[in-house]
Design a protein around this ligand. Structure first.
Ligand code: PBG
Ligand code: ZN
Length: 363
């Protein structure tokens, strides 16, 4: 079937001389047909996004009141009471999972406040658990917020270089995880990138009777500039050097990512994580295709800060950009997403669901 196009006035003469240009193409495939109406688009949509897939990070300090974090607009350091209230807000929006980062008043060389039962994470976990029995609490298991030098474990000297003592860190990370479990954490999330940390923590949890506590491994964690705002928030910038000797090299490639994921799987990880998120969507896909474990993406502080800055400058529409970003994580293969946008996104999803119901009611 071919029909003629109405000729454009300015080229009428040419078209009359060249009739082949006025023919409609013989298109058998027209993907636009499947996109014609909102209902048709929703019929075959592959990727779903829901509040239950979000993990909301909370920074908790030992002081009173809320302290806004300058580089992360909309995010604050909370008191324990403030964190309890925030968890209530999250639950009311359908966000059932939070991850806790502690900011202690005092730090020392070995991060003692990370593994004391009176540490800020432990106190906050007990308070949140008492107020909200149903919430899933993830405790970030690392020492960098608790050491005075800001590294993720105690230091030692190897060949004249000061570095993190891997095996000494394992012991302290295991103590930290057990103490977090004792306080009521459902999941511990080791983020120190020490070799053997998943196995050390699994063994210690089991020995202490916490066989039901899950380990979410920050298995594929890169040494990234995108953690900048988080380190402001948590006061965990290393006082010397960087984390390049333990976190992964951004130029390291897929084999290194697969190796880290496999080692943590062999050591008993229940979940794998890729971090940061947006610059590593390809790595999320590679791990998704290689592993049977549930996979989490961390939409980190720098990704959040960039988006918020563009929104504040009037350059991007916040709701549409955030939801498109979260969809991208799901399309790349993440089951769950750690994101500072969690509560806003949950609100927008709820809003959209109400709009859709309204449309259906009118049809
Ligand atoms: C601690 C830790 C960091 C983040 C999560 N856990 C910082 C780091 O490794 O320096 C970063 C999270 C974010 O940027 O949102 N090891
Ligand atoms: Zn750390």
């Amino acid at each position: 079937m071919t029909t003629s196009l109405p000729p454009r006035p300015d080229v009428q003469a040419d078209l009359t001389e060249r009739p082949e240009l006025t023919q409609r193409p013989e298109l058998i495939q027209r993907p636009r047909r499947t996109r014609r109406t909102p209902a048709l688009r929703s019929l075959t949509r592959e990727i779903s996004l829901s509040a239950a897939q979000f993990i909301y990070p909370l920074f908790i300090h030992e002081g009173q009141g809320e302290q806004p974090i300058a580089s992360m607009p909309g995010v604050s350091r909370h008191s324990v009471a403030g964190a309890v209230a925030k968890v209530g807000e999250a639950l009311s929006l359908g966000v059932n999972t939070v991850v806790l980062f502690g900011i202690p008043d005092s730090k020392d060389a070995v991060g003692t406040q990370a593994y004391l039962d009176t540490g800020i994470i432990q106190v906050a976990t007990r308070a949140i658990r008492a107020a909200h029995p149903a919430v899933t609490i993830i405790a970030d298991t690392c020492l960098c917020e608790y050491t005075d030098h800001g590294h993720c474990g105690p230091l030692c000297e190897i060949g004249g270089e000061v570095t993190v003592d891997n095996d000494a860190a394992l012991e302290l990370l295991a103590l930290t995880a057990v103490s977090q479990a004792r306080a009521g954490a459902d999941i511990v999330a080791p983020s120190a990138m020490m070799d053997g940390q998943i196995g050390a923590i699994r063994t210690a949890l089991d020995a202490a009777g916490f066989t039901h506590v899950l380990v979410m491994s920050y298995a594929v964690k890169y040494a990234s500039a995108y953690y900048g705002p988080f380190r402001d928030a948590a006061g965990s910038t290393p006082s010397f050097g960087d984390r390049g000797s333990y976190q992964m090299d951004p130029a390291g490639g897929y084999r290194e990512a697969l190796r880290e994921a496999r080692l943590d799987t062999e050591q008993g990880a229940d979940y794998l994580m890729v971090k940061p998120g947006l610059p590593y969507l390809d790595v999320i896909r590679v791990i998704r295709d290689a592993s049977l474990l549930p996979l989490v993406a961390y939409n980190v502080s720098g990704e959040y800060a960039m988006l918020k800055a563009a929104v504040a400058a009037g350059m991007l529409d916040e709701k549409r950009t955030v939801l498109e970003t979260l969809i991208a994580f799901r399309r790349a293969g993440a089951d769950a997403i750690m994101t500072y946008h969690a509560l806003d996104a949950a609100r927008w999803l709820r809003e959209d669901a109400q709009v859709r119901e309204g449309v259906q009611a009118r049809m």
